[in-house]
Design a protein around this ligand. Structure first.
Ligand code: ADP
Ligand code: ADP
Length: 225
């Protein structure tokens, strides 16, 4: 059951200028429901570019991005935004939680924006927070949480609207090694409970080895690592 499919993705920056650089040279990827795949790449290899294209934030020059069997490359921005909000969850190195809202509200708000009723949204948010061990921190604002807790909340927010695909860019890259291990474990648990397809960029080979597959982005293509 392929959820995310990338076919022949190419991307250049600074086209026609002296600084022209071809970052992606024909990326193929098939991610199945329930699969967790690590993406490893040296800095500058094009990892963020690839994640943004896979998450419909950026357009490739060539190739197809299919989510749930629908080719979304070349569709209107509006259509792609709708698909992104419904089907894609993002996690970054920094949590990007809203500072004025508490942990619970940060997980509730994206659901309200998607038309979920308040009591439903709150129930789901508490359930997610509980699964990553921060339910008792629900009424704290991000600034009152530790770095590991902030990332756990960010994972819950990313999954709040039950996306089909999770894209993570160094989700534990900001944390010290011990915390990183625990928080990464929490993310894996959360994903395992869902059937979500996850592509997780990391520099940490030990964490990468805990996933189903490891892919390396090298010279603009993905190879098995
Ligand atoms: P990574 O995430 O692996 O570090 P990126 O996808 O951010 O790599 O960048 C890959 C290459 O593309 C780098 O050489 C970077 O300088 C270049 N690049 C990224 N974004 C742009 C942009 N908007 N304009 C021009 N060059 C870019
Ligand atoms: P909203 O307007 O409801 O925040 P968007 O369609 O703008 O929804 O964003 C959907 C998802 O894409 C969110 O998870 C958001 O964090 C992410 N996102 C949106 N724009 C960017 C961007 N420029 N860079 C990185 N992530 C983004």
């Amino acid at each position: 059951d392929v959820v995310l499919s990338l076919k022949g993705i190419t991307k250049r920056y600074n086209k026609g200028l002296p600084g022209e650089v071809q970052v992606l040279r024909g990326v193929d990827l098939q991610l199945s429901s329930g699969e967790m795949v690590a993406l490893v790449a040296p800095s500058g290899a094009g990892k963020s570019t690839l994640l943004h294209i896979a998450g419909l934030l950026d357009q490739p020059d060539e190739g197809a991005v299919e989510i749930g069997g629908e080719d979304l490359s070349g569709r209107s921005d509006r259509r792609r935004t709708v698909a992104r909000r419904r089907d894609v969850g993002f996690v970054y190195q920094f949590h990007h939680l809203l500072p004025e809202f508490n942990a619970l509200e940060n997980v509730v708000l994206p659901q309200l924006a998607n038309g979920v009723a308040g009591n439903e949204a709150e129930k789901r948010a508490m359930e997610l927070l509980g699964r990553v061990g921060v339910a008792e921190r629900a009424t704290h604002r991000p600034a009152a949480l530790s770095g590991g807790e902030q990332q756990r909340v960010a994972f819950c927010r990313a999954l709040a609207n039950k996306p089909r695909v999770l894209l993570a860019d160094e989700p534990t890259g900001n944390l010290d090694p011990g915390t990183s291990d625990q928080v990464f474990g929490a993310l894996m648990e959360l994903v395992r409970g869902t059937g979500l397809a996850a592509l997780i960029a990391t520099h940490n080979m030990e964490l990468a080895a805990r996933m189903d597959r490891v892919l390396r982005l090298q010279d603009g293509v993905l190879v098995d690592a």
